[in-house]
Design a protein around this ligand. Structure first.
Ligand code: ZN
Length: 304
């Protein structure tokens, strides 16, 4: 039975501010020391000027997803469901004909057709496992599928390069970093934590982070069948309720929505003196400038 229960040691925890510039801290130092005039620019914010975003990511597509989707809907939260198209409709897995309606409002993403250990496969097979999974999920949901999570959490640089060639934009790992920052490399998108590790304290800590840190993301992953096996539904629902109490302060988004918005923010264009700003993306983007929250529309150019 497929599962992805390998969780590696936690990464070094960090809460780097999420600046506007596309090359991380180095570009931040360069921009602020050389250009000087951009001192007032601080960071981007999530839609509607929010500092916090919350997303969930669940693997394998077993029938317990039905209950999980119901809970997320009840609390106004959004998730991404990484599915193995080769198992859909078999015992304990979601039926193909139910896919589009069940996951409506959430994201369906790849998890390979047959949940293989990728390092044991020839590269041609890795390619077909993801391309065919993507094609089948797109056909079943009448949508464009661009995300994935790694079966068993296993991957290497070679498999990443092959998977990118299938049109995949991001890959979620199982390396929980226990922080709230965004990834530097979307193909190694490490989540905050497995749902087993999520506590009321974590939720409190998340919603009290300093606004100086910029946009923060609570990213929880897991498998819905584990709630059943370990009688954890009640505990998890209580945590969802605690998150939902803060609904005014966060953006509930799928993994792909987080990716697309962040990329739009990172790709804003600035004049050399930092006084003009252009948004070439299809998204409205919010940012904090001189303690004010501003919004730049798609295709808009403005003076700061
Ligand atoms: Zn899995």
């Amino acid at each position: 039975m497929p599962c992805c229960q390998i969780e590696s040691k936690k990464e070094k925890n960090r809460s780097n501010p999420q600046y506007l510039f596309p090359f991380g801290e180095l570009a931040f130092v360069f921009s602020f020391s050389i250009l000087g005039l951009m001192n007032d620019l601080q960071h981007f914010l999530w839609p509607d000027g929010k500092q916090f975003a919350v997303t969930f990511s669940y693997d394998d597509g077993q029938i317990q997803d039905e209950k999980l989707v119901g809970l997320l809907n009840q609390y106004g939260l959004k998730g991404t469901f990484h599915l193995n198209s080769g198992y859909l409709g078999t015992e304990n897995f979601i039926k193909k004909e139910n896919l589009a309606s069940l996951y409506s409002g959430h994201e369906v993403a790849c998890h390979s057709c047959h949940h293989p250990w990728m390092e044991k496969l020839p590269m041609e097979k890795v390619f077909s496992e993801f391309l065919e999974d993507r094609r089948e999920l797109e056909d079943l949901t009448d949508s464009i599928v661009r995300g994935m999570s790694y079966p068993y959490g296993a991957y290497d640089s070679k498999s990443i390069e092959i998977i990118k060639k299938t049109g995949i934009l991001y890959g979620r790992t199982v390396k929980s970093h226990e922080g709230f920052h965004l990834p530097d490399d979307w193909m190694e998108w490490h989540p905050t934590c497995h749902d087993k590790r999520l506590t009321e304290n974590w939720i409190d800590r998340f919603f009290t982070l300093s606004r100086k840190l910029g946009p923060q993301l609570l990213y929880v992953w897991g498998h819905s069948f584990e709630f059943e096996q370990e009688s954890q539904w009640g505990r998890f629902e209580k945590l969802l309720g605690s998150i939902a109490k803060q609904a005014e302060s966060y953006w509930a988004a799928t993994n792909l929505e987080i990716y697309r918005y962040t990329e739009a923010a990172r790709n804003l264009e600035f004049s050399v003196n930092g006084k003009r700003l252009y948004n070439p993306s299809a998204h409205k983007v919010w940012l904090r400038v001189s303690e004010k929250i501003i919004c730049i529309r798609s295709g808009e150019e403005m003076s700061l």
